[in-house]
Design a protein around this ligand. Structure first.
Ligand SMILES: Cc1ncc(C[n+]2csc(CCOP(=O)(O)OP(=O)(O)O)c2C)c(N)n1
Ligand SMILES: [Mg+2]
Length: 371
């Protein structure tokens, strides 16, 4: 028989509300390119501010060119990045060369800026095995297609860095959809338990293909999921390069000082379709939503900010655009000259030491390919 409970000693609903209220969006630059949070302004030189802008402009061009190359049948899998430049490039800008990146399929720009040659990024898009082989010293893994799977691997890589006494972090990215995967929770929880130097980024671009953000979780934010893992979490304006840079820099400093992992949710938007495989965003988004988010554009606000300081001009921007186009032309030619791949290339690329059944298959294919 149900009995009337005594007056609650602990108000669970209020506790939840109090926690959720704490997760306000962190912003430094508003949509007009004005500094609205002077205290949080990171220490960053004028040269670095220009370099950050250069990389974002370059990446926007790379995105536009990749979309046309895909339409011409010259690239394969491609997930557009426009709208996510602050989330991707400014978070990467806070890293050091010795840090490891475990990207998702949309995070190709970060691994390019970490040193993956453009031609290899194009080969990855074409499903060529050489696109999954980063040069020695470029600490990146291949973009993960399985949603969220790289979160657990990141906890492991970070723990490995810690055990080897490296002053480096492992950083990973997933989307709002990825934050619903079991791997997401396991990854942040494990890294928290072992104070592993990891940075977990969720680029909340409002949709997982066509599924809207409010279907992912009852939580008001994704950042607050850090609380359950006992790690710091922050909700950042993912269209504000300075806020993303500052939040990532702090997370990196904590991690290398032995203070464990962090979770960063960046609020952003992808302007384009989910991938070039044929989804139609007009079926699940309104044009008002598109224009509202375009007003927040990271390049527009950062350009205004830099122009105000006399650090950017149309001329500079055009130089970057030309440089990007030239690099892309060269890289696609280089990708075209890669050898036609064979089945043995796939088999040899999979394992450090082949299991017995693949050894057998390798011999069979070697034989076939020699004819
Ligand atoms: C485990 C798994 N389930 C489903 C898919 C199919 N899938 C590919 S992308 C995607 C949506 C992911 O959305 P989100 O995490 O928000 O990232 P975004 O694409 O928006 O960057 C899904 C469900 C997959 N690749 N892996
Ligand atoms: Mg998403």
């Amino acid at each position: 028989m149900a009995s009337k409970s005594k007056k609650a000693q602990f108000d669970a609903v209020k506790t939840l509300e109090q926690i959720e209220d704490k997760f306000e969006m962190f912003q430094i630059l508003n949509e007009e390119g004005e500094v609205v949070n002077e205290d949080a302004m990171p220490e960053i030189s004028d040269e670095d501010l220009q370099e950050l802008m250069r990389r974002m402009v370059y990446t926007r061009i790379l995105d536009q060119r990749s979309i046309s190359l895909n339409r011409q049948g010259r690239l394969g899998f491609y997930a557009p990045t426009a709208g996510q430049e602050a989330s991707q490039i400014a978070s990467h800008f806070a890293l050091e060369k010795e840090d490891w990146i475990l990207p998702g399929y949309r995070d190709v720009p970060q691994i390019i800026w970490h040193g993956l040659p453009l031609a290899k990024a194009f080969l990855f898009s074409r499903g060529h095995f050489q696109g999954n082989q980063a040069p020695e010293g470029v600490n990146v893994l291949s973009p993960q297609i399985i949603i969220g799977a790289q979160y657990i691997q990141t906890a492991g890589v970070a723990l490995g860095l810690k055990k080897r006494g490296k002053k480096a972090v492992a950083i990973t990215y997933t989307g709002d959809g990825g934050s619903s995967q079991g791997d997401f929770y396991e990854g942040i929880n494990f890294a928290g338990s072992y104070a592993a130097p990891a940075i977990f980024v969720v680029q909340n671009n409002q949709f997982a293909i066509s599924t809207p953000r409010d279907k992912q979780t009852a939580g008001r934010t994704i950042a607050q999921k850090a609380v359950a893992a006992g790690i710091p979490g922050i909700l950042v304006d993912g269209m504000d390069p300075l806020a993303v840079y500052s939040a990532t820099l702090e997370a990196r400093n904590r991690a290398v000082n032995g203070e464990g992992p962090s979770l960063i949710e960046t609020l952003c938007y992808r302007y384009g379709p989910h991938t070039m495989a044929g989804d139609d965003p007009t079926r699940y988004r309104t044009s008002e939503m598109d224009t509202d988010w375009e007003k927040k554009d990271p390049l527009v606000r950062f350009r205004k900010f830099l122009e105000g300081k006399g650090l950017w001009s149309e001329e500079k921007e055009n130089e970057v655009i030309e440089e990007a186009k030239e690099d892309i032309k060269k890289a696609i030619k280089e990708a075209d000259s890669a050898p036609k791949q064979k089945v043995t290339d796939f088999i040899n690329n999979m394992y450090e030491e082949l299991p017995y059944n693949l050894k057998e298959q390798l011999e069979i294919y070697k034989e076939k390919e020699s004819k």
